[in-house]
Design a protein around this ligand. Structure first.
Ligand code: SAM
Length: 216
């Protein structure tokens, strides 16, 4: 399902003008060396929103390749404009459902890191089952990571943070980087997004969780 929302003229125009440079199909994920024309550490971000964190991290780490996966097309347009502005060329975007993409298109043991920053919190108890971090998803992500790869989550919802911790510590094949039962200090490399800034204004705390795929 693609959620459209409102798209500005600039975002729409960016999708048309820059799409060829940055958008890739799900099938292209089968050969990322061909997509990026090199072999490099690979990082994916799921649900990058307007792309603030992704654009900043890709700019800060030109030696890494970044794959953004987002369903919200206005957000994709917004990211493309940021990438163009800073002449960032180590990012490619798949505009599709991330769970589908991971299940059916991204090969196993591809990623050095996977970022999931401020996923939809679904605050109502009856909607908690819609949250993306569930046992099955944790296992799916583990398979996509290389051994030693990091699954980095952040949320400003305390009970979602607790759910993430419980799910991740119940999934075998991961090690909590901060130690059992602990949250990680905010890594300085994670840029502040609009979503997080809004949370800060509302007085929300932020919880970071870093889990490493165990080395076999
Ligand atoms: C609450 S927003 C956070 C956006 C951004 N990470 C930030 O921190 O500002 C969650 C984002 O995840 C995206 N999203 C939700 N489910 C998704 C899915 N299954 N696949 C890809 N993107 C998804 C939404 O479109 C939305 O942009």
């Amino acid at each position: 399902m693609r959620r459209e929302g409102r798209m500005t003229r600039a975002q729409q125009e960016a999708l048309g003008r820059l799409g060829q440079s940055y958008l890739i199909t799900e099938n292209a994920l089968q050969d990322l060396d061909a997509v990026f024309q090199r072999r490099a550490p690979r990082v994916a971000e799921i649900g990058f929103g307007m792309g603030d964190a992704l654009a900043a991290m890709a700019k800060a780490k030109p030696h890494c390749d970044f794959i953004g996966i987002e369903v919200h097309r206005p957000g994709v347009g917004s990211l493309l404009l940021k990438l163009e502005k800073d002449a960032v060329d180590n990012v490619r975007v798949v505009c599709a459902d991330a769970v589908e993409v991971l299940q059916h298109h991204l090969p196993d043991t591809t990623l050095d890191a996977l970022h999931l920053f401020f996923p939809d919190p679904w605050p109502k108890t009856r909607h908690h089952k819609r949250r993306i971090v569930q046992a099955e998803f944790a296992e799916l992500v583990r398979r996509k990571l290389k051994p030693g790869g990091i699954f980095h989550m952040a949320t400003d919802w305390e009970d979602y943070a607790r759910q993430m911790l419980t799910v991740m510590e119940s999934t075998s094949g991961y090690q909590n980087v901060a130690g059992v039962g602990a949250y990680s200090p905010r890594p300085s490399e994670r840029p502040l997004t609009k979503f997080e800034q809004r949370g800060q204004r509302l007085g929300h705390r932020v919880w970071d969780l870093l889990f490493m795929r165990a080395r076999e």
